[in-house]
Write a protein that binds this ligand. Structure first.
Ligand code: MSP
Length: 658
């Protein structure tokens, strides 16, 4: 297929659209990250609905597992109570944000639990799930086991870099490893399966190492909050195995075949980049084992950073969506989320960038254009949008700017570049403001050039009508207000029909409509520090996690290249002006040497004299702060802790170590 055909194929409207968000843990209230995914899902769903595509939009909450159990314990309530109260925070926020989900799934709903148990039983009966003893390292926050080889030398969780606990227990395993080759091939032959493309490469990188089987159970003795395994009541199901199934149980799997066949396979699972492996490795292999078709696309978006820092409760910089809505309104918040992030990449949130975008795009460009058009229509045409006259170059240029916005927005939906589509629409709005300046309708009125004046009034109103349709999924309430101002009914649902929209003046649905007076659409936000949502406390720039050091394999000969010797400290003193350094005089057998070592914060000179230490004797000599140093002392290090390597008993200095 050539590129144009591929692009046309991509832009063809699908026969149905089924979109999901991740289901959110109910261990804490929602933040800007959750809002982003849900609003993105909502906007994409609305675009499809407005294009006449049958659409199902699913979101919900992930209510089992350790995180929820621990949150409940902290509050002194049951996990069910924890879920029942926290779920309301999500539901209230989605309602406030005008989220148009078709269903809200909770994994504690009986029908979902039943489906999970049926799936478990079927896979167990087919031999896809088996019991085995397992020794591993468990990361509590990630709720995942890791093998020795998964962990680096510092034995930290490879996902979150936190310490892990070693556990041995009997558990049930899903034969995930047997699908490794199939999955690699599937990803390679389905270029739209994992998007953006670089995330597919990330998954393929993960799959380049042998894939283990997946531990899908947790003994109740350790974690009781979960769905019981139907074939062993001592265990509950691993939270991810339970949660992923929501994508099929939520549309009728094993309950309503007609419904399930109507919506499955999902058109798109929207996820954040941190849950890529669970969605692009666990989920496809689970589906394969169940004999269920693959979803069409798994799209991983980036993260919202606060400034340049990761958002986290411990840093106290979590952005609360409710505060943003209170201050700027629902649609302004939705607009910012969609306009300021390129899906797939990280984006930086700051109050300043919010206010700037709001004032520039919404107050100055869009709000201002609407209020000018309304005022001019009232003043010059008794508030009725007139018939237009002949189009001149200026009108053709305006129509071209509008056409670009329509096509861009249409393509943006199919290619997940909503930010790009929105930018083109705002560019068209700017073209509208420039058009008014260039044609100067106020002077046309004075000069009595009515036909041209009518054309200007019509064209600028038509531009606003089209903009209100293009941005309707992003700002449903405000765009309905724009259409109301232009004489339409507030409840009229717009249709995103690309052919009709591109007709511009050839299909005239405006002339003769009486404009309505409305409050300022987006009042300019005057920056008063007091007015901004409670500023996040200043946080130190998060320390970059050092990439884990990797160690290659060395031979005994390589090791033999290193001359390790014992040495006795004869004298020690601090190095002036360097609070970490000690200058040591050492006896190494029959010879003497001087070494400068960075141990001054752990050992005083007095403590050092008389000690026996181990040195790397053949290290290339160095000059440290103007002092010659021949070799290096060996120490053990952990975080900030440091201890010298000592010799167990008496050995003459100069003895070899190895
Ligand atoms: N419960 C699982 C998902 C199961 S789906 C079968 C989960 N829940 S979560 O509540 O921790 O996270 C949900 C989503 O929020 C993830 O997609 C995650 O990427 C997203 N975000 C969390 N913090 C974020 C930002 N700072 N920015 C953008 N999204 C982020 O994982």
């Amino acid at each position: 297929m050539d590129d144009i055909k591929k692009f046309e194929e991509l832009l063809k409207l699908p026969s149905k659209y089924y979109l999901t968000t991740p289901i959110y843990y109910v261990n804490d209230k929602p933040h800007i990250g959750h809002s982003y995914t849900t609003v993105l899902g909502d906007v994409l769903s609305r675009y499809h609905r407005e294009q006449g595509v049958p659409t199902f939009f699913l979101t919900g909450t992930d209510e089992h597992g350790q995180k929820v159990q621990q949150a409940a314990e902290k509050q002194g309530i049951t996990p069910q109570e924890q879920s029942d109260t926290t779920v309301l925070r999500f539901q209230e926020l989605w309602k406030r944000l005008d989220v148009s989900n078709d269903f809200f799934i909770r994994t504690t709903m009986p029908f979902h639990k039943k489906v999970v148990q049926e799936v478990l039983q079927e896979l167990f009966d087919k031999g896809e799930i088996y019991k085995d003893e397992y020794k591993g390292h468990y990361c509590v926050p990630c709720e995942r086991f890791f093998t020795d080889k998964d962990l680096g030398p510092e034995k930290l969780c490879p996902e979150c870099n936190r310490p892990v606990t070693e556990i041995t227990e009997s558990n049930y395993f899903f034969r995930m490893s047997k699908y490794q080759d199939w999955l690699i091939d599937y990803i390679k032959t389905h270029p739209r399966f994992i998007l953006p493309m670089f995330r597919a490469n990330e998954t393929l990188g993960f799959l380049s190492k042998p894939l283990s089987d997946l531990c899908i159970s947790r003994p109740k003795s350790r974690l009781s909050w979960g769905i019981e395994l139907p074939f062993d009541t001592d265990y509950v199901c691993y939270v991810w195995f339970d949660a992923l199934i929501n994508y099929i149980s939520g549309v009728g799997y094993r309950q309503d075949d007609e419904k399930f066949n109507k919506w499955w396979p999902a058109s798109c699972h929207l996820i954040g980049k941190d849950i890529l492996t669970t969605h692009t490795v666990y989920w496809p292999t689970m589906l394969k084992a169940m004999g269920v078709e693959m979803p069409q696309t798994i799209f991983a978006h980036g993260w919202w950073l606060v400034g340049e820092t990761k958002m986290s409760k411990s840093l106290g910089n979590v952005i609360n969506p409710m505060d943003m809505i209170d201050k700027f309104g629902i649609d302004a918040f939705r607009y910012y989320l969609m306009a300021a992030m390129t899906p797939g990449q990280d984006a930086s949130f700051t109050d300043e960038s919010f206010v700037t975008r709001y004032n520039n795009d919404l107050a100055n460009d869009l709000g201002n254009l609407l209020s000018r058009v309304l005022k001019m229509t009232v003043r010059n045409s008794n508030g009725v949008i007139p018939e237009h006259g002949e189009f001149g170059q200026e009108e053709h240029d305006l129509a071209a700017a509008m056409d670009n916005a329509i096509i861009s927005m249409y393509a943006a939906v199919a290619t997940m570049r909503l930010d790009d589509g929105i930018e083109q629409v705002i560019n068209a709005v700017r073209a509208g403001n420039r058009y008014l300046e260039a044609t100067a309708p106020w002077s046309l009125a004075k000069k009595g050039e009515t036909e041209k004046l009518n054309t200007v009034l019509y064209c600028s109103a038509e531009l606003l009508r089209i903009v209100s349709i293009l941005l309707d999924p992003v700002m449903p309430e405000k765009m309905a207000e724009v259409r109301f101002a232009l004489g339409f009914d507030r409840s009229e649902r717009p249709k995103f029909d690309i052919t009709e929209l591109r007709a511009f003046h050839r299909i005239n649905v405006l002339s003769g409509r009486k404009v309505n007076d409305i409050d300022s659409l987006f009042p300019r936000f005057i920056v008063d520090k007091e007015d901004l949502p409670a500023p996040a406390p200043k946080v130190e720039k998060e320390k970059k996690v050092k990439p884990e050091k990797t160690y290659g394999v060395i031979t005994i000969d390589d090791f033999g290249q290193m001359q390790l010797l014992t040495a006795k400290v004869l004298a020690a003193e601090k190095v002036e002006g360097a609070d970490k350094l000690l200058k040591l005089q050492l006896e190494v057998g029959a010879t003497k040497r001087q070494i400068v070592s960075g141990i001054a914060q752990h050992y005083t000179p007095e403590e050092m004299v008389g000690r026996h230490v181990v040195i790397v004797a053949n290290l290339k000599p160095a000059n440290i702060r103007g002092i010659d140093s021949e070799g290096m002392l060996l120490c053990a290090k952990s975080g900030k802790d440091l201890k010298l390597i000592a010799i167990d008993g008496e050995m003459p200095s100069g003895s070899s170590v190895g």
